[in-house]
Design a protein. Structure first.
Length: 324
């Protein structure tokens, strides 16, 4: 028996030797070194699964009440990589004194121009408002003077009725003309009330802060005019009281209903009277003296009030040149 191992046995083929050089396999003695064709099918990348704790690591616990905890929990690497914005280097060299003076002068000019423009605008607005109010005042005063002219004529007629009645009452009862006494008593039972147009005056009083009004004498004219208006109203109140106290009792006590209607109407009453005595005539004559007196005062005060209205109107026209 042969003692040789299988390596030197002639009946077995020998295997080619394989040589490893730097991780590459090289075949020798007849073995093909041509690389195998790789598959064109793309390979699907295999995702590596990470534990849930690795995907969402628990953040640091920050105490909001402690500002230092923010600083302690920021990693040093992030602090080192923070961006720093630098401000540009500006030229802060001092300017010449002329530039400061020029800037201050320009600011002063701008403020003064704004102030002047505001004053001009306010002056124009105030002038328009003053012209509007004074124009309305002139129209009101014209209406007042026209009303006073009409009342003066009417009060003159009432005064004439007072005088006629006073003359008739001084006759003896046997000779008294009762028809005319009734008619004159009814016409004396009258007066004309004055209602001033005070709208413009009230409006101007609310605008006395305007320079055009505050520096003028218009307030004095208003005071005089309104004081005489109150006097006329007082005369009217007294006259009304006299008529109710003296004329009304005489008419209701002695006139018949038909004569009462005729006396205040456009017809002449009859001579028929009720319970009329000489004492009644004398008493009414005495009362008519007071009624005639207050009628005379109303006429005088109306005339004075017209004078005041005309004076105020002339002053306004001269001072403010309102539109008419």
């Amino acid at each position: 028996m042969s003692t040789n191992d299988g390596k030197n046995s002639p009946g077995r083929p020998r295997r080619p030797a394989i040589k490893e050089v730097k991780g590459e396999r090289q075949k020798v003695k007849g073995e093909s070194t041509k690389p195998k064709a790789e598959s064109t099918k793309p390979r699907t990348p295999v995702k590596e699964s990470k534990p849930k704790s690795a995907l969402n690591p628990p953040g640091p616990v920050i105490n909001k009440s402690d500002p230092d905890s923010y600083r302690d929990e920021i990693p040093t690497s992030e602090i080192n990589t923070m961006e720093v914005h630098h401000h540009p280097q500006l030229d802060h060299s001092p300017k010449p004194i002329k530039e400061y003076l020029l800037e201050g002068f320009m600011i002063f000019i701008a403020v003064m121009m704004g102030f002047i423009a505001e004053n001009i605008r306010e002056y124009i607005d105030n002038n328009e408002q003053v012209k509007h109010l004074t124009t309305q005042l002139v129209q009101d005063l014209k209406a007042d003077t026209a009303q006073l002219d009409s009342h003066s004529l009417d009060e003159d007629s009432i005064l004439m009725y007072n005088d006629t009645l006073l003359t008739l009452l001084q006759q003896p009862l046997a000779k008294a003309d009762t028809r005319r006494i009734q008619k004159m008593a009814a016409r004396s039972h009258s007066m004309w009330l004055f209602h001033p147009s005070a709208g413009a005056i009230a409006a101007i009083k609310n605008q006395l802060h305007l320079k055009q009004f505050s520096n003028s004498a218009i307030i004095g004219y208003f005071d005089t005019y309104e004081r005489h208006i109150e006097l006329v109203h007082t005369d009217q109140d007294v006259n009304l009281q006299y008529q109710r106290s003296y004329l009304d009792p005489f008419l209701t006590a002695h006139l018949t209903p038909a004569n009462m209607a005729a006396a205040f109407g456009h017809s002449m009453p009859t001579a028929q009277v009720r319970n009329l005595t000489q004492t009644d005539l004398d008493q009414l004559a005495t009362d008519m003296v007071l009624i005639r007196l207050i009628t005379t005062e109303i006429i005088a005060d109306n005339k004075q009030l017209k004078v005041d209205a005309v004076s105020l109107m002339n002053y306004v026209k001269k001072q403010y040149k309102p539109e008419e």
